[in-house]
Design a protein around this ligand. Structure first.
Ligand SMILES: NC(=O)c1ccc[n+]([C@@H]2O[C@H](COP(=O)([O-])OP(=O)(O)OC[C@H]3O[C@@H](n4cnc5c(N)ncnc54)[C@H](OP(=O)(O)O)[C@@H]3O)[C@@H](O)[C@H]2O)c1
Length: 319
């Protein structure tokens, strides 16, 4: 069970809160005004979560993105293109770059921080009640933020006791307003059921590898049953399936890129989709993946590509 006193941790959190306060520069004129009055694109497709909040359906993933200028530029390109959701993790070791990009972009465009949905994740080594608070405070400091929109257990890791302690810590952090929503990643069916049985707050999402070549239908069905949304990571199968001829045929016929077909399929299945790119043109075209609708016939043809192909494993995530 969680300890009842949290005051030392809370005071540390208050420090992090003050540090992030300068980000809260509200511009009452228009949050959508870009530089020189240019309107920022606003194709805000969101999904409802089981805690009553909404999540933008496409995020820029930043796995394997360096903690420097390249990542800052990519995030700024994404925000300029219309993304309002960034998916990072303590493990990616690029939270400072993400925070700097967010701050720069918000200042340049006069957009309040609240307009951008920020996700990060607790790494396995930080499971446990106090350790979770410490890691959360550390991530908030690195980002320069007062709160995260979504905070995930990056993986179930091995120790059930510590995992549940971490979940209790996240439930408390949510009450304190340090995280708006809490969820999990890389949870298979058994670990998810165990958490559901022991949790006071249900996870809003399970972030797992899902794409047409590895659809994890049983796990997706279990999540659906509990109104836990799937966040589809590696939606492009890390680029390994972009040359698939069956995806290529649909893409060519519709005048789309293979990546757009894969992202559109995942979104049509109701997933939050997390394509990663550090290339501005791909960042832009990936975001345009929701601007068309696949026919039922094409959706069925893509469904039929299942081959249980995954690039990572659920339990031992290095990502
Ligand atoms: N929770 C977890 O354990 C976990 C694990 C893996 C991933 N994730 C999340 O999911 C995100 C995405 O997954 P991922 O990074 O594994 O793989 P991914 O998004 O499936 O693929 C990324 C690769 O595809 C390339 N790419 C992107 N758009 C493209 C396009 N339009 N045309 C051609 N190539 C394109 C990228 O290259 P360039 O960068 O060179 O453009 C990169 O090499 C991660 O960044 C992370 O946020 C989470």
């Amino acid at each position: 069970m969680a300890p009842s006193a949290i005051s030392p941790v809370q005071s540390e959190m208050n420090l992090a809160q003050q540090k992030g306060a300068d980000l809260e520069r509200r511009d009452s004129t228009s949050p959508l005004q870009g530089v020189g009055g240019r309107k920022m694109p606003q194709r805000k497709r969101t999904i409802d979560l089981n805690d009553g909040s909404e999540i933008p359906q496409i995020a820029l993933g930043v796995y394997k993105a360096p903690n420097g200028q390249e990542t800052e530029d990519a995030i700024i390109a994404a925000l300029d293109a219309g993304y309002r959701h960034i998916d990072s993790a303590a493990r990616y070791m690029n939270e400072e770059a993400c925070g700097r990009a967010l701050k720069r972009w918000c200042e340049r465009t006069g957009t309040p921080r609240e307009e951008v949905y920020i996700t990060t994740k607790l790494w396995d080594a930080d499971h446990g009640y106090e350790a979770t608070f410490n890691a959360l405070v550390d991530s908030l400091k690195k980002f320069g933020l007062e709160y995260f929109d979504l905070y995930l257990l990056h993986s179930p890791a091995d120790c059930e006791t510590k995992r549940l302690e971490s979940w209790r810590a996240l439930e408390t952090a949510q009450k304190l307003g340090k995280v708006k929503s809490i969820g999990v990643s890389n949870f298979g069916a058994a670990d998810l059921q165990h958490l559901i049985q022991n949790a006071n707050v249900l996870p809003v999402v399970n972030q797992v590898e899902v794409h047409p070549f590895g659809q994890r239908k049983d796990l997706v069905a279990l999540c659906e049953q509990h109104n836990i949304k799937i966040e589809a990571y590696s939606p492009l199968a890390r680029g390994n399936k972009l040359n698939d001829p069956r995806i290529g045929e649909i893409a060519e016929r519709l005048g789309k890129t293979p990546a757009q077909i894969l992202i559109n399929w995942s979104a049509a299945r109701g997933n939050v989709v997390l394509p990663k790119s550090l290339t501005a043109s791909r960042i832009q075209s990936n975001f345009e993946s929701l601007d068309f609708e696949l026919s039922e016939k094409d959706m069925a043809a893509i469904d039929a590509l299942e081959e249980n192909y995954v690039t990572g494993s659920l339990h031992k995530s290095d990502d």
